[in-house]
Write a protein that binds this ligand. Sequence first.
Ligand code: SF4
Ligand code: SF4
Length: 278
Amino acid sequence: MNRGAVNRIIPFSSVDGPGNRTAIFLQGCNLNCLYCHNPETINQCSDCGRCVETCPAEALKHQAGKVQWNEESCTHCHECLKTCNLNSTPRVKFMTVEEILEELKKLQAFISGITVSGGECTLQIPFLVELFREIKKLGLSIYVDTNASVPLWKEKEFLSLVDQFMVDLKSIDSEEHKMLTGVDCDVVLENIKHLAIRDQLYEIRTVIVPEVLDNQRNVEQTSKLIATLNPDIRYKLIKYRSLGVRGDLINTSSPTDEEMKRLGEVAYSNGCHQVILI
Ligand code: SF4
Ligand code: SF4
């Protein structure tokens, strides 16, 4: 039976797409962004057992070469995340479609849909296709939050099951994207064009990082691209914040409110109808 590696499920979220949504975060990412705010979602656990000793609640055990997590004993102190040097977590659940559906059925009356995020959720497309087929039967809308580094235009059934995508365009310049994430942005841009043509692109997001990225160029060129594709696609500009990031990889400050406002005005003046600053 196909199981998904689930980092966590947030029953009610108002920041992961329109309305009240259940957000499902999958474990595992193919990028390694300098400013990643959840680095523990990048890799699958290797079961090395290092974190077991540091758990103050005895919620972890190392048995038969596998680390086992007891959710009921866990106090969510995050000590295991501090110990892990693999950018992973022992608190991943390998869930079947039926197990996730059981959770969703309890919430169904209170939500308008679900959003799947990560990590990078599109690394688990076969599992998502099985899950989405069933979620559709519940009448819930399906949004996908992605770094768009997997060629989504090849995934016909997956695309047909998703209502809308929210895509990170970390930099519109390939060299800069590679410096930040480890890969260029060619596939990301191709995905953006395909999703816009299919009218499945709800939002493009860019994190504004002073001193590290050419923020002026990114906003200038990305907003022009959005205005050409469909000016009603939301363009979200996110203020870099240092909380949760790996200080040994990046050391810079947050942009000022004035700078965010100025960049927002650049996007509006280039034709974007919906610019969101957060
Ligand atoms: S967060 Fe990690 S270290 Fe803390 S109680 Fe839970 S399993 Fe143990
Ligand atoms: S979470 Fe990290 S430290 Fe703990 S067992 Fe897995 S790889 Fe080892």
